[in-house]
Design a protein around this ligand. Sequence first.
Ligand code: AMP
Ligand code: ZN
Length: 136
Amino acid sequence: MKEENCIFCKIANGEIPSKTLHEDETFRVILDVGPATRGHALILPKNHFANLCELPEETAADAMKLARRMAALMTEKLSCDGLNLVQNNGETAGQTVFHFHMHLIPRYGDDGQKIGWTPGQPTQEELEEIRKTITA
Ligand code: AMP
Ligand code: ZN
């Protein structure tokens, strides 16, 4: 399940070299070439799935287990103060490479990066309307 012309398919399967932190049958973990911080890494499945919704449940579960292991390893080795797990789906959400991936972004007290949003102030009625829309 590879997609022609997908750069992450080629990287994950070793056709394009990368700074690899971990490799197994299903995944490759690489250093991002445009890192937000020192040690910014990407978890790539070797098979092609465009986004989270396309990911089989078992691969999703395995990806999260691997994220946990990598987060613990990177926190220890890089002595970072925290770590963001980021995953973008769709252009509007900031996805630029349409092969599912998870970002592991080590955080340091003085890194100057911001990963976040401006909180809204919905009423209870608005929250209830949204809850009904999603669960109906
Ligand atoms: P996203 O915006 O969530 O799709 O993230 C794509 C990420 O892939 C960005 O952080 C890029 O810096 C990174 N990236 C793009 N091309 C490469 C590459 N050839 N090797 C490593 N990282 C890459
Ligand atoms: Zn791909």
